[in-house]
Write a new protein. Sequence first.
Length: 291
Amino acid sequence: MRRITTEDLVAFYHIQSCIDNNAVAAAIIKEVEDLVNCKFNFIHSNSPQQQELKLTQQISEFLGLKNSLYTSSDVDEFLLLLKKYHYNMKHEIIDAIRVLSNLKCPNHNKETILELLVSPVIDDIYFNGIDKFTIVSEMYGTFSFFLATSYFKDHSDVLQYISKESLKNYCHVHTEKLSEIFPMYKSITSLCSHYFLDYYYHSYTFNPDDLKVIDLCSRLVMDIKEYNCLFEPREVSVVPNDSIENLYAKVLKKTKQPIKRHLIFKIALYNQLKNMDRKEKKNIKAYKKSQ
């Protein structure tokens, strides 16, 4: 068997993980349809630009149904389904953060908060009126986050980037951008717990001076202890930003990766490949053999 490559890592941890989680979401939707005796009609895009999104199409559909089921007479049966399929309820809080951080006017939040409070694991949400939301969960703890626009209020280059760029799903791009602006920070890529099983790759920035994580995908700044508790990251690459250029030169020599793949992700895959333990190698080899 040929040696493990960066493309094997992408196939195993990204593509296969998306396929598996999407399949679980599809199974839940089918059971919900049987439960409510109704067939859901979802709008599907055939655009070639949406190929990546199709890997998580059923997950998106599941998320669109979820809140309405929390307030229906079938809620108890639905919660049993979530338990049956090992739904990671921490994603309730993660997704709520993304909704709150994208409010055009954070002070106008009453209706949004009421919608989010239907979650069985979110007990309270409050805003300090300036720059910080706090989500309280009796099950998982309390999580506070600052709005990235407030945290970077004195950095016009970052504010301009945040205001112009589409931030969702481009974590490696955002981390690379911040690495150019803040050489004293660190760029981290981790495997984070997915909705149902396995992991997904996620990159973010760490400021060692105040122990804050900057995650522009969610437009948030959060204490690293709270962030790690919520996202459950398994770090595969931690790189001082002022070392990225030299490390990337090594990556180009040691691996063959697609030209369009973002620099931060290329470095992360190289570091993961270099530091894999025996168990991880065994799992990936077994996956390759099964294909």
